[in-house]
Design a protein around this ligand. Structure first.
Ligand SMILES: CC(C)(COP(=O)(O)OP(=O)(O)OC[C@H]1O[C@@H](n2cnc3c(N)ncnc32)[C@H](O)[C@@H]1OP(=O)(O)O)[C@@H](O)C(=O)NCCC(=O)NCCS
Length: 154
C-alpha cells in the first residue's frame, strides 16, 4: 500500500535545483527545446512553475503566466517514458484548476501545427483555435507558424 502511494504523481513548485533534470527531458522531447535560461527567467519572473514527480523522479513540468484575468501556458511537458499514460491530461487539468484559483477567465497557449500529440491533448480538453501567429517558432527549415488555442474557464 505505501509503495503504491509513493508512486502516485505529486506536484510541487519548481526551483533552480530542478533545471538540470528538466533540461535532460526537454532536450529529448522537443526538436527546439527551451534553454536553462528560459526556465531561470520564468522562475525569476514569478511565473507558476511546477514539477510533477513520483518517488523523486521528474515525470513532467509546466510553466504558466497569469495576469489580468488571463492564463498563458508557456510550457507543458511529460518525460518520454511517462507519455501516453494520461499524465499530460492530468497535468493540464492541474493548470486549469490553478488558473481558476487565480481568477483567470480564460487560458491561452500556442502549439505547433506539426505537434500532433499537443494538438490532440488540447482538443481533447476543449480548447479552440482562435488565431495563427505566422513564423512564430524556429524550425528545421526556417520558421513554423503557431496555432493560438483558447479555453474559456467557468
Ligand atoms: C503533449 C504531451 C504533454 C502529452 O502528454 P501525454 O502524457 O503523452 O498525453 P496523455 O497520455 O495524457 O494523452 C491525452 C490525450 O492527448 C492526445 N495525445 C497524446 N499523445 C498523443 C500522440 N502521440 N498522438 C496523438 N494524440 C496524442 C490524445 O488525445 C490523448 O488522449 P487518448 O489517450 O484518450 O487518445 C506530451 O506528448 C509531451 O510532453 N510532448 C512533448 C512536449 C509538447 O509537445 N508539449 C506541448 C507543447 S504545446
Amino acid at each position: 500500500m505505501s509503495a503504491l502511494l509513493n508512486n502516485l504523481p505529486r506536484y510541487r513548485r519548481m526551483t533552480e535545483a530542478d533545471i538540470d533534470a528538466i533540461m535532460a527531458i526537454e532536450n529529448v522531447i522537443y526538436p527546439h527545446p527551451w534553454t536553462s535560461g528560459n526556465f531561470n527567467d520564468s522562475l525569476r519572473a514569478g511565473y507558476h512553475c511546477w514539477i510533477m514527480e513520483t518517488g523523486g523522479e521528474t515525470m513532467g513540468y509546466s510553466v504558466m503566466m497569469i495576469a489580468a484575468g488571463e492564463a498563458h501556458v508557456l510550457n507543458l511537458s511529460i518525460a518520454a517514458q511517462w507519455q501516453r499514460q494520461g499524465h499530460g491530461r492530468e497535468q493540464l487539468q492541474f493548470l486549469l484548476k490553478l488558473a481558476r484559483d487565480f481568477s483567470a477567465s480564460r487560458i491561452l497557449l500556442e502549439v505547433r501545427p506539426s505537434n500532433v500529440a499537443g494538438r490532440g491533448l488540447y482538443a481533447d480538453a476543449g480548447f479552440s483555435e482562435i488565431a495563427t501567429r505566422r513564423g512564430y517558432y524556429p524550425a528545421r527549415d526556417g520558421r513554423e507558424d503557431a496555432i493560438v488555442l483558447e479555453l474559456e474557464l467557468q
